[in-house]
Design a protein around this ligand. Structure first.
Ligand SMILES: Cc1cc2nc3c(=O)[nH]c(=O)nc-3n(C[C@H](O)[C@H](O)[C@H](O)COP(=O)(O)O)c2cc1C
Length: 150
């Protein structure tokens, strides 16, 4: 079975908790899971996955620079090979996440990936509930891949 791929920037302890929670949720299923920090993720990781979770902070009203760099490196190598890839997005923002959501969704539309979960906007000071939502997101994506429902 191809794995679920999780690519998230983790500039802070809170964002690491979110990424780890998404990974734990995915690993609570029997779906294989691959976690990559953005700089370590390459086109082969994306071409060889069954679905992807992107996690990003909102920086200057946009996705993080590391996630933008990831998209810039994988976009053309993946374009012809990953159409209809199931994807989900979570955003950790200080006070808004809309600019990030719009910017990621524009690229995802270009890639012709399918956003199979509502984008998860985690806004404001970290709360344990944010990690619970990321856990559920990881679990849902992994279960969906395993069952072939996407
Ligand atoms: C350079 C920089 C720019 C940021 N710009 C925004 C922004 O435009 N909108 C926003 O809601 N939060 C912004 N933030 C806040 C980050 O989204 C926040 O630090 C991140 O979600 C990590 O959250 P944490 O402090 O709970 O670890 C910015 C943070 C940094 C470091």
């Amino acid at each position: 079975m191809k794995p679920l791929l999780i690519v998230a920037n983790i500039p802070s302890e809170n964002t690491r908790l979110l990424r780890d929670a998404a990974q734990s949720g995915a690993e609570s299923t029997t779906c294989p899971t691959v976690v990559r920090e953005p700089l370590a993720a390459n086109p082969e990781d994306v071409i060889n996955c069954a679905g992807i979770i992107i996690g990003t902070t909102e920086n200057f009203g946009y996705m993080s620079g590391l996630i933008k760099d990831f998209f810039e490196r994988i976009y053309y190598p993946c374009l012809e090979h990953t159409q209809a890839l199931p994807m989900a997005l979570y955003i950790k923002a200080g006070n808004d996440g809309e600019g990030t959501r719009i910017s990621v969704e524009r690229i995802v539309k270009g890639l012709q990936w399918r956003q199979v979960q509502q984008p998860l906007l985690l806004v404001g000071d970290y709360q344990p509930g944010f990690s619970e939502k990321c856990y559920e997101l990881g679990e849902c994506m992994a279960e969906g891949i395993k069952l072939g429902v996407f």
